[in-house]
Design a protein around this ligand. Structure first.
Ligand code: BGC
Length: 730
């Protein structure tokens, strides 16, 4: 397709409409002027004629009123109508938030990060891309790569946790999985979001003020987006939040300056839902005209569900407020995306509803999802009760999440509860129905006060050999707009837990959570605590395999788990302070210390137990001196012995500290990790490479440089590991 020629033939309005994203309901009977439509967003202000919908460059929310994904046949019909009813017959792009699975749901991204397994991440994304592309989707509005240290923020479940090294690795793997090498068959284009800094809202409150320094932004928050873009991500979403006084959608410094000029990103930038219009509510634009100009000038190319460009562009061009070349650039980025997707040749791409249906939750996809869940589950405590004995006489599966399908996780797209294997179902599949019993015990929500079901659960606990207690959050208690000021278990669940512990000494707690939770009580009184996160469709089967040792747990925490909400935000890679706390067990005067809580978290970043034992040797290096200014490297090695009773996988982590910097440096930073399989009784040597660029950071002028001097390098099984070796950059 000759895009230049096409562009020349298009009117200003047509170009502006390419820069507009609508949602599917308008193509399915909802009239643009319908005030009664049950929807979020500025539905009634679109100011378009019904026939204009066919000109929209892209379409989002590919679902019906119940949230179920539209069949490919329906998207084909909509596509056909767009092509037939638009003057230049330009196909539209179908976009959908595919965050952790399309119909077969795999663990939430935070859990995928806990797997520390980039191959699993890639495989899961490729699976989602296949199901979605067969069902007519062209682009996933993901991955969400917002780094976050905020357990209170519900959206941590969508991202990869608190560390940029882990987050970048997962971001790269996601792009590779969704897009493949060349956006070919069964692949989706991507939209990296939410650029940038959306994961740092004050007090963990969604959409709240973000006020971080440029240093913090660059050092911690930007690497994940950069990794995704370097991996070839096709589009980027501008976030709702402010950076340095300006909402990102109108922020020239970050969108133009960092993203385009510094990083060379030349794809389309799409606003978050109605974010262009929200420049008014933010109070940085006095009217829609100003809001549109700010967004356009920042090179936000596409408006999601607002029409400020479409309504005002002719006027802007006539008045010289926006130049034609500016509009052309924005429109061209959208057209080029269509070309990349091959939509001009084949507007239906991989669409094939019959095959799509066959792929949804097929055996192969269930297996991929189950394996990913098993890799992501983190064993937080075990006094030896796990793995359970297969000859167990009876198991009571108790708790609001025991026989509960809402364990797919937030943003589960086309996930269907009816496909989900509950913990109870999974244990029945494994042990047979006659040995497994269940009781809900209490309601799941914080508001729950009804204790009437507790006695029956207690009776059941008394009769069974082991209790698997399933507690935690409902899937919608994390995710967008799900901030919390209390990250403990709801009181009613705590009460149930206490009563069950009195009735049976063998309580294994399974925690379901989209965020770190404050669970000192579980840690104190359950014999084992297993973090399930939201594991997706194969939840129960994965749980059974872990509980009975068919799979040895190998997940590690991608976020620090605080003891209490007052410690938030808490993260391992913080800058050093002048008065670090010396002793966590006593009151420390004039030190950076709580008087009512240890500073240390309940579980640190990188932490997770196994059924086997791993013994680390002291790390050693091939040489201690690294020459700067070339491509010199040091190899750090460490022996890892599996001294326990099971074959198992371990996530070996390497942390670095720059002992003296021209600006303050983090107390340690993850610089590499490897997930290795070691047979029991065997030993492996794990190696990492350190180059000058791995030691670089932003100096006082915000230039990224490594500085000569001493560095400490730790290798171990979590972020508190103590064995290190010293190296020097000269
Ligand atoms: C969310 C985005 C999402 C968009 C469209 C917004 O509310 O912040 O993550 O992609 O809706 O679905």
């Amino acid at each position: 397709m000759d895009l230049e020629k096409l562009l020349k033939e298009m009117t200003v309005f047509e170009k502006a409409m390419q820069c507009t994203q609508l949602i599917t309901c308008f193509y399915r009977g909802v009239k643009l002027e319908d005030n009664t439509a049950n929807a979020i967003g500025p539905y009634t202000k679109l100011g378009l004629k019904q026939s204009d919908i066919y000109l929209a460059g892209s379409v989002n929310f590919l679902c019906d009123d119940t949230g179920a994904m539209l069949p490919a046949t329906e998207l084909e019909r909509i596509q056909k109508s767009c092509i037939e009813n638009s003057p230049h017959h330009i196909p539209t792009i179908f976009m959908q938030d595919i965050i952790h699975g399309y119909v077969t749901v795999y663990p939430i991204p935070l859990a995928m990060a806990a797997s520390f397994n980039t191959d699993a991440m890639e495989e899961c994304c490729a699976m989602a891309a296949k199901e979605a592309s067969l069902n007519g989707v062209h682009l996933t509005i993901g991955p969400m790569v917002d780094l976050s240290r905020e357990a209170r923020w519900g959206r941590v479940c969508e991202g990869f946790g608190e560390d940029p090294c882990l987050g970048s690795a997962m971001a790269r793997a996601s792009i590779k999985g969704f897009q493949g090498d060349d956006l070919g068959k069964y692949r989706l284009a991507t939209c990296v979001k939410h650029f940038c800094g959306y994961g740092a809202p004050e007090a963990g409150l969604d959409y709240n003020v973000v006020d971080i320094s440029e240093r913090t932004l660059k050092e911690y928050y930007l690497p994940n987006y950069k990794a995704a873009i370097d991996a070839g991500a096709t589009t980027v979403m501008s976030a709702f939040n402010v950076f340095d006084g300006m909402p990102i959608t109108g922020n020239e410094h970050v969108l133009k300056g960092i993203l385009r000029d510094e990083w060379g990103f030349d794809g389309a930038v799409i606003s978050d839902y109605a974010a262009c219009l929200e420049l008014l509510t933010h109070g940085v634009a006095k009217d829609e005209i100003e809001a549109a100009l700010l967004s356009m000038n920042a090179t936000c190319d596409v408006e999601m569900m607002t029409t400020l460009y479409a309504q005002n562009m002719e006027k802007f061009i006539n008045e010289g407020k926006i130049s034609m070349s500016q509009l052309d650039d924005a429109c061209m980025r959208v057209l080029k995306l269509k070309e990349k997707l091959g939509l001009f040749e084949n507007p239906y791409r991989d669409s094939d509803y019959e095959r799509a249906k066959e792929s949804f939750c097929c055996e192969e996809h269930r297996e991929i999802s189950r394996k990913a869940a098993e890799e992501s589950i983190v064993l937080l405590k075990n006094d030896g009760i796990l793995p359970l004995n297969k000859d167990v006489s009876s198991v009571a599966v108790i708790g609001p999440l025991a026989h509960y399908g809402r364990i797919l996780g937030a943003w589960n797209c086309g996930g269907r509860e009816s496909d989900a294997v509950t913990v109870y179902d999974g244990l029945c599949n494994y042990l047979g129905k006659d040995k497994v019993f269940t009781s809900r015990g209490c309601d799941i929500y914080y508001a729950g006060t009804d204790e009437s079901e507790i006695p029956a659960a207690v009776e059941l606990a008394k009769k069974c050999e082991v209790v698997v207690l399933c507690v935690g959050e409902d899937q919608d208690d994390s995710g967008e707009s799900a901030s919390k000021s209390n990250i403990s278990l709801p009181d009613i669940q705590k009460k149930l837990f206490r009563e069950i512990c009195k009735a049976n000494k063998n309580v294994v707690a399974l925690l379901f959570n989209g965020r770190p939770m404050a669970i000192e009580d579980l840690d104190a009184d359950a014999r084992a605590v297993v973090d399930m996160w939201f594991p997706g469709t194969e939840c129960g089967n994965a749980a059974a395999n872990i509980l009975f040792g068919e799979t040895v747990p190998s997940g590690k925490l991608p976020m620090t788990f605080p003891r209490n909400v007052g410690q938030c935000p808490i993260y391992y890679n913080h800058y050093g302070t002048g008065r670090p706390r010396e002793d966590d067990s006593r009151r420390c005067w004039c030190q950076s210390a709580y008087i009512d809580s240890p500073n240390a978290p309940l579980y640190p970043f990188g932490y997770g137990l196994s059924y086997t034992e791993f013994a680390y040797g002291k790390p050693y290096v091939d040489k201690t001196v690294l020459q700067s200014g070339g491509d010199d490297c040091i190899t750090v090695r460490c022996e890892l012995a599996n001294t326990g009773k099971y074959d198992g996988k371990e996530v070996v982590q390497m942390y670095v500290r720059d002992m003296v910097g021209s600006v303050v440096r983090p107390v340690r930073e993850l610089k590499g990790f490897k997930k290795v399989f070691v047979k029991r009784g065997e030993k492996v040597t794990v190696s990492f490479t350190i180059r000058e660029e791995d030691l670089a950071f932003y100096n006082a002028k915000l230039e990224k440089r490594a500085e000569k001097g001493a560095f400490r390098v730790w290798v171990g099984g979590d972020s508190t590991c103590s064995e290190y070796v010293e190296i020097e950059l000269v």
